[in-house]
Every structure is written in C-alpha cells, then in structure tokens.
Design a protein around this ligand. Sequence first.
Ligand code: F6P
Length: 498
Amino acid sequence: MSLQAHSASQNLHSAIDIALDTAYQGIDANGWVKLFAQARKSKVEQFIVDMFAGKHINNSEDRPALHSALRNLTKTPVLINDSDVMPAVSEVWHRIEALCNKWVGVTDVIHIGIGGSDFGPRLAIEALAHVPGIDSRGMRMHFLANIDTAELARILVRAQPHSTRVIVVSKSFTTLETSMNAKAVVAWLKDSGCTKSQIAHALYAVTANIPAAKEFGVEEDNIYPFWDWVGGRYSVWSAVGLPIALQYGFETFQQFLAGAEAMDLHFKNAPLEENLPVIMALTLLYQQEKHDIKAYAAIPYADALDWFPKWLQQLDMESNGKSVDRDGKPVKHSSPVVFGSAGSNAQHSYFQLFHQGTEIIPIDFIAVREPMSDRPEAVAHHRILLSNCLAQAQALANGKTASNPNDVYPGKRPSNLLLLPKLNAFYLGALLALYENRTATLGALWNINSFDQPGVEYGKVLAKPIEKALTSHQNNIAASDDIDAVTAARINLLNSNN
Ligand code: F6P
C-alpha cells in the first residue's frame, strides 16, 4: 500500500490560513486515534496550559519559558511571582519604536551575537528582504557571529565607520565570541577616527545581564533588556529582533509578533486533533516509533527561507538533543538530526538519498502560495517551484517499480506539506512560532526539558586550557587532566608550524 491511501480531508488541517497536509505520513484513522491518546497520556494539554501560565516548565533552571509573553500584543497579564511582566515587555516595544523613529543617517548596522542571539534576526532579515516593495531604509544590516575573523573582515571592508551602529546581543553577556567580536568592532571604530562620545553613541546592547553591558561600556539608555525567562533560541521576539524593526520598520516587527501571537492562540486553544504544532509533533513521533528514524529534513520551497533550517537546527537540537528526561532517566527517543535547505536547490543535492537511500528521512515540505518577487517571470517560475515541491512528495510517497533495481524507488517515504498563503512578516512570525510550539510539544511527548542546554558547556570549559597551550607556542605539550593525548598531539602539530 502506498502512503497516499489515507483520505485528504482527514489529513488536511489549517490555522490562520496556514494549511498542513499530513496525507503522505501513512497514518490511518486508527493511527491518529492512538497518537492523540498518546499525547493525552503524556499530558500535552496540561503542558500547554502550564507553559502559557508561566509555570516553571524549565525545571532544571527552575524558571518559566515565557517567550509567548514577548508576542502577547493584546497585553493580557502574564504573571511571574504574582507580578505582570507585560508592562516591562511593552516598555521595550515603545523604546524600539522610538529608536526606529530617530534612526536616521545610518548606513550600516553590525549586529554581534551568536546562536539564539543571531539565527532568528538573521533569518528574518533575509526572509523579509524578498517581500516585494519592502523598504529596507537603504541600510546594510551585517551579522557578526563567528570568532573566525573572516566574517569580521568581510563586514569591516563594507561598513562606513562614522555612520555605523553596533548592537551587541547576548543574553548572558559572557559569550566569548560575542565579547571578542564586540571589542574588535569598537577598536575598528576607534582606529577609524571615531571619538569616545561617537562610539558611545554608536554602541547598543540587548541583554538579560545589564551590569555586564554597562561594564563593557554601553550607556544605560542604549541597553535593551530581556529576561531570564526567555531562552536564547526563543528570543527573536524580544529586543533581539531589533534589526527587524530597524531595517523594515516597527510596524513590520509588530506584524512579525502578531503572526506568532496568532499561532500561540491557536496552539493554546485548539483541541489536539486540530492543533497544528501538536499534529506536526505527532507525525515525527509516529515515524520515530515506527521506523526508528534518526533524522528529518525541513525543505522550504522559498529561497527567502534558506536560513530557516539553520534556525530550526538550534531550536530542535539544542532544545531536545538530550539523553535523559526531566527526572534524569534515560529516554528511548529524543530529537533526531535536523537538516535542510531551500528547494528546489536541495533536490539537486541530497534528494537522491531521500528517494533511494537506506535511511527513511521524513520531510517537512514548506511552500508558499504566492510568488516571492514581483519580477515578470515570477508567476511562471513559482508554478515550477510548486510543481517540483508536490512532485517530490508524491515520488517519495508512492515510489516506482522497475525491472532494473537501480531504477526502483521504494516509496513509503513520509512527508508533511505546510502551505503558507504568503511570506510576509506576519506569516514568518507564525511559521517560527509554529515550530517553536512543535518543539515544545515534542519535549512534552518525550518528557524532556526543552529549555535548558547543559550539553554546550563542557567544550567551552575545555577550550580554555587548550587556548593557553596554543598561546605557549610549545610543541612538547604533554597529556594532562585537561588535555588528552590525542589533543596534546594536535596542539603540538599546530605549534610546530609557528
Ligand atoms: O552556547 C550555546 C548558547 O548558550 C545558546 O543557547 C545561546 O543562544 C548562545 O550560546 C548565545 O548565548 P548568549 O546570548 O548568552 O550570548
């Protein structure tokens, strides 16, 4: 039986004009009943209530995960320890709006941040640049994340120092890459002849650690706060998304928040059987339990969303790439590997493996109904783009027989189709919130805390003695408690070329 056997209506869902078609998942009516029962058994409904109510669902760090408050444009009170966070959130909105209004004569903005302090705004700036007619205020937005100076060098040859603004974005304000890059950019401003007061005027910070930003030299009026109840990878809705407002206007930023808010309301209020983030989470769970899948792919058939899979990688794998559950017990399943890139380019890269490889890799096909440019060719090209998207899903699901084994497509390769009416700020916000809520639902299904990331710390600790050994230029470093024999040999190899 091919995967197409299950009726279209049973598999077609929609929320805020976003359609989700799960027909190629191969899940029959009985399968769905079981999946929703499993979700109820895992207390997904209670989890959703707790998340929006500000319960300490980030149990290891004993705090709520309340990024939803950042897009709560209706300002319904959100309480933490009996105190409403919305006045502080809306004060930041007012400050962002005021900043947009006085943002004149700026040619370049250098946004310095990494991980959650980079992916969200970078994706949004890229994605919205494709909206026909959008006004980007003739300003270049540069993103500086990597400690590799290649990125820094690329930006500094283009930016005009006397009309550049610098935004240092770091929740902790202790991230090494960000602070070193920030120091390098400040030094460049100085070397380019900017005075102390010009530099102070040009320097902004977005952080949950205000003392550290002040200590770095950012003036209080130029610091935009966010809070410890916002996870870094869930933070684009805070002032971390400042580039969106500065580049495309405050109204566009509000539209982005409004799309996310609409998706939150759907997630909060829709029954599980109609709930897009829940349904998407369950399709993945189903394939994991049935086929023991180890990876899935997100393929946006929209060049504007080429950064989306990178954003999603952090969201999913930093949130749910864990081996133990909330109670410290080993889990059977957690996040698969996530990858992807824009279609149709991706078809000419790794789709061979999707069709004929030994691994089954579920795919989220993400398509947009409207063309994403106002070029005269747009309609014709877009039709071909969509045809390719639909054809790939069909070929993967149904397969093809042939006498030559090399030409056989086994089929039964599952996929979702997510169809956005258009790609503007509203639907971009809704798309990201859909995936955030899906990631959180998966955490609930696996009983994993999706809001901490202890696994990223150890490597940072080990880098310190290694850096010290590299600085010594010695090529006779011996193995020690901090540096094992393999790494000591590698350090010696690097130092022997000095
Ligand atoms: O190293 C991982 C991480 O802590 C991410 O969770 C976070 O998004 C990123 O580093 C940047 O952290 P910060 O915003 O504190 O600089």
